[in-house]
Ligand binder design. Sequence first.
Ligand SMILES: [Zn+2]
Length: 208
Amino acid sequence: MPSVFVQGRPVDSYPPLAPDARRGSVRRITEVGEGVLHKPCRDVTEFGPDLAALIDDMFLTMYVAEGAGLAANQVGVDLRLFVYDCPDDDGVRHVGHIVNAVLDPLPPAGRRLLDDNEGCLSVPGAVMDVPRPDRAVVRGLDKDGEPLVIEGTGYFARCLAHETDHVNGQVYLDRLSKRERKDALRQVADRREEVFARRAANTAALSG
Ligand SMILES: [Zn+2]
């Protein structure tokens, strides 16, 4: 089985960082509590160089923050778009972007929920167990407006569900109990500075 899929298609080889990142600039990552993260994003209707440049910035910003996925509202842009560079449970790496993504509803009968660790670049420093389906299919468009279907299993399914939540105006804390949310926010208070120092060091390393 090929070990890297880009835009849902297998490729023979791929660099450690998506080439998009080299053209991008690092943007500030929004944090839980900022309005843009808590309302559904607008559909992308303009496909062109501005959208492509935003995707480049999002890739670089995601790598600097050592994330597996990043939605546009996490860099303060109210658009239905996310990027990802995420392994699944079979060691396959998935890289790409998707615009106006909608998650396929899964029939409850065939649905299996997995509990696994989940973090979010907009909830810096917290890691919590979140139940998610073991399979996800998202439908949308690529940056040229061409239809795109991305399917994931295991940890990549979790990523697709997490990022689709973002463009729908939800963060993973919304899926936790009140007590768990408090625990997550305590972790943020403890580790936020450390996370920001690491991002600053990565920014210097990747820009140099
Ligand atoms: Zn997130």
